[in-house]
Design a protein around this ligand. Structure first.
Ligand code: 26W
Length: 821
């Protein structure tokens, strides 16, 4: 397949021209960063033509469009992915070779746009890729954070956070759109006036405001000329200083507004699944939501006279509760600016907004104190109060005089505004992100809402884009797949099932194992260069990469490594297949237990990697600064995928799918999408262990369990736990890991010990790890399982997920974009 727009000679010429125009350099004396910029502009040139053609088609066809509202978009690098989707990666690689550059090393010049924390942000990025590829009109709407997710440095085993200056060299792919700048207002007071017909008008006074300026980043569809936009908003001060102004009041206000503009988009909050309730965060939320909605309504009005028909052309998807102010903001625009009545506005809003829930962790729930919410967003608060008042009338009609129901379902209660309740009450759809997760929402967390409005609830099991996580991340395996089943899998991953017939084919088995080996060599080289650790590419690469959180149980993993090491020390001659345990994880900057777990992993790594007496049979590696770009390489090189969350806690997981697609076998609990992964591939091709979600929930309802019984009766566990407090891994400070020990055995802050059932699941986990070892010794059996995992991954394409959103929630119209020859 060949993309004419990337014809080699003209592409090379354009790169050279760009170097000249941008930097006054020739190819011989340009830096790698300059080459990256020049190449990116050459690629952008092609993209822009398709972008304009897409706009034209949309103009003509007026299709229904989704606005995917999200605080986070974890895009990863754009250059390689755009070339993949332009079907020009190979041509451009050759062209670059001819110019004397390796495209991969040019790709490495691009900072990783990390405007997200983890799963939720990466899912948003996969969804945009699928929407463009499938030809559906979409906007991603978010914030142009000046600093994205921090860069993680490991020093002396501890995590250090370094600011991520991703815009330092400019972003060649973005386009500033000053023509769409809009004003956003905060604070002040609301004065009510009556117009000549006696209708109320709400006037915000003494407010502060900032200008929101959009930047568009192209999202290229695979081989179809469709380009959608990720629209991220920057903030600028409204009135620049009037230095000749002697009016002190104005001067102070100007300074304040300048500050507001600077701080509002300064930094992404680095918390994953934990709500800190900061005022600035609510400002960020209203800022990008108000800007996105004002623009969406204005765009609709350019083509339509009747605002009542908005839901026929526009749908807003709320990515978790973070964008939920969209609901009262849309009500405000419709009533205060478009002059509609409450009922008209409500009818439109409730047909245009839908909500996705991504977590049941109670500490993630967004609740805002009334004081803060009403001070910052006075008009929005009035509207939320009215939504609540009317909803409580409904509740009372359904459950007369039932205070329990009011307490559990009210949007405003106990001095707080509950964003999830607002989203559920006001949206037409509420979805979970994996079957098990949705069932838990319906039967536990959101039971009362489900009982009252069952028709709103639905499941959309997550997915990932095979374009980035196989075609780009694992080119050797991608070629192998194409050689065997053709290339339809690139846009229709269900085709990959066809690989199953090769599961017993000796040659295919060897080829797949060899590709894995090559990818392990690539990762081993990365580890040598970044960690200075030699790992054996023939060992089992057992990998856990994801955000660090207690519920994800990295602690269980490292405790088990400590246990294995103890066994090896006690029985030096035991049968033991060499293992490399690889971790990658960022901890929220203020999350102490998580940070201590990173230190523990590194301390264990230090001891084990330097023990000459175990013959290198265990290695432990902590990969610094885990992010999308190194993730692609890690998945490709993994044998074992660690998905070991406490059952019921991981809503879905998406890393689990990326590993599977790259031929790793899952070692996991029956949690999130693991349940569906096992269903697709068969239990015999995964290693499942531990408590079920039902069992966990039952224990929780009983007030927990007593981990002391396990500590007292299991010598292996006891030994490992004692090593946390006897200085075995921290001789200079034996108390260093005391908090981890306490978290497992002693009640912390009035909580229960071992909230995440680590000790309860330890034995089962260790046994599952033994099964892994024995399975790996049977090379044919392993290769067979690996092929069946790849073949079974078809369901987990984000293309499938997006199709379900379209069929059951969004009902978008497809577009076709033809380019002139
Ligand atoms: C307010 C603080 C905060 C920040 C982020 C609360 C909650 C979040 C996210 C919703 C956490 C998150 O990323 N959840 C993950 O979403 C993925 C995509 O659906 C799932 O695959 C993961 O299981 C879920 O943890």
């Amino acid at each position: 397949m060949y993309n004419k727009a990337f014809e080699k000679e003209s592409f090379k010429k354009e790169v050279k021209d760009n170097l000249k125009i941008l930097y006054r350099k020739t190819i011989e004396d340009a830096t790698k960063q300059q080459i990256f910029q020049a190449v990116s502009y050459a690629v952008k040139d092609v993209i822009i033509d398709q972008w304009m053609a897409t706009q034209k088609q949309i103009e003509k066809q007026d299709p229904k469009t989704v606005y995917y509202l999200s605080m986070e978009f974890l895009m990863g690098r754009a250059l390689g992915n755009s070339l993949i989707n332009e079907r020009a990666f190979t041509e451009v690689k050759e062209a670059m070779d001819e110019l004397g550059f390796d495209l991969n090393s040019i790709e490495d010049e691009e900072p990783d746009p990390a405007l997200g924390n983890g799963g939720l942000g990466r899912l948003a990025a996969c969804f945009l890729d699928s929407l463009s590829t499938m030809g559906y009109p979409a906007y991603g709407c978010g914030i142009r954070y000046r600093y994205g997710m921090f860069e993680q440095k490991i020093e002396n085993g501890y995590q250090l956070e370094v600011p991520d200056m991703w815009l330092k060299n400019g972003n060649p792919f973005e386009m500033k759109r000053p023509e769409y700048a809009t004003e956003i207002r905060f604070g002040g007071t609301i004065r009510v006036e009556r117009d000549c017909q006696g209708r109320e008008k709400f006037i915000q006074e003494n407010y502060q405001s900032v200008n929101a300026i959009p930047y568009d980043i192209p999202i290229v569809g695979y081989g179809n000329n469709v380009v959608n936009a990720l629209r991220i908003w920057d903030a600028e001060a409204i009135n620049t200083f009037q230095l000749d102004s002697f009016d002190k009041g104005d001067y102070n206000k100007a300074v304040e507004q300048q500050n507001l503009a600077q701080t509002i988009v300064e930094v992404l909050y680095p918390n994953d699944n934990h709500n800190a309730g900061k005022e600035l965060r609510l400002k960020q939320q209203y800022f990008f939501i108000s800007a996105s909605l004002q623009r969406a309504v204005a765009k609709f009005k350019e083509k339509h006279d009747d605002i009542h028909r908005l839901p026929e052309k526009v749908v807003f998807q709320l990515n978790d509760t973070h964008p939920t102010v969209a609901i009262p903001e849309l009500m405000r625009i419709l009533m205060d600016e478009e002059g509609l009545t409450w009922n008209e506005a409500w009818d439109i809003t409730t047909r245009a907004c839908a909500y996705t829930n991504h977590t049941i962790m109670s500490e993630a729930l967004e609740k805002w104190p009334i004081e803060l919410f009403s001070r910052l967003l006075p008009r929005i608060y009035q509207i939320v109060e009215e939504i609540n008042r009317r909803f409580l009338i409904e509740v009372d009609r359904r459950y007369p005089c039932n205070q329990e129901k009011v307490k559990k379902m009210a949007i405003i209660y106990d001095g707080q505004v509950k964003m999830a309740h607002l989203a559920i009450v006001s949206g037409f759809s509420v979805n979970g992100v994996a079957r098990l997760h949705t069932e838990i929402l319906k039967n536990q967390e959101l039971k009362d809402f489900y009982e009252m409005m069952p028709q709103k609830f639905n499941n959309k099991t997550n997915g990932i884009t095979q374009r980035r996580f196989l075609l780009h991340g694992n080119p050797m395996l991608a070629d192998w797949v194409t050689d065997h089943i053709g290339n339809d899998w690139i846009t229709d991953l269900s085709q990959i099932r066809k690989l199953a017939i090769y599961a017993d084919d000796k040659k295919a088995q060897q080829e797949v194992m060899n590709i894995k080996y090559q990818n392990k060599l690539r990762l081993a080289k990365y580890i040598r260069e970044h960690n200075g650790i030699e790992v054996d590419p023939r060992s089992i690469f057992d990998v856990q990469v994801k955000r660090l959180h207690e519920y994800k149980r990295q602690l269980l993993n490292i405790l088990h490594v400590m246990h294995l090491y103890n066994q090896l020390k006690e029985h030096p001659d035991m049968e033991f297949y060499p293992r490399t345990f690889i971790f990658g994880a960022k901890a929220a900057a203020g999350y102490r237990t998580a940070k201590l777990t990173i230190k523990l992993i590194n301390a264990v790594a230090d001891v084990i990697n330097n023990d000459k007496n175990i013959g290198g049979r265990i290695k432990v590696v902590f990969i610094e600064n885990y992010r999308v770009s190194n993730a692609e390489m890690i998945f490709a090189a993994s044998d074992v995928s660690e998905q070991i969350s406490t059952a019921s806690k991981e809503a879905s997981g998406t890393g689990n799918m990326k590993f599977m697609l790259n031929g790793a076998l899952t070692l996991g609990t029956m949690d999130g999408a693991n349940v569906e992964i096992v269903e697709e591939v068969g239990e015999e091709h995964a290693f499942i262990f531990g408590l079920s979600a039902d069992e966990v929930i039952r224990f929780e309802n009983q007030g927990g369990y007593n981990p002391m019984d396990i500590f007292n009766n299991d010598q292996d566990i006891r030994k490992v736990l004692m090593q946390l407090i006897n200085g075995y891994y921290s001789p200079r400070d034996p108390e260093l890991f005391r908090d981890l020990y306490d978290s497992l055995l002693n009640s912390r802050n009035c909580g229960r010990p071992d909230t995440y059932f680590i000790l309860k699941d330890f034995k089962a986990y260790a046994e599952a790890q033994k099964r892994v070892e024995w399975a790996y010794r049977n090379e044919e059996g392993w290769a067979r399982s690996s092929i069946l995992n790849i073949a079974g991954a078809g369901k987990f394409s984000s293309d499938r997920t997006i199709q379900e959103y379209i069929d059951e929630i969004w009902h978008l119209d497809k577009i076709r974009v033809e380019m002139p020859e």
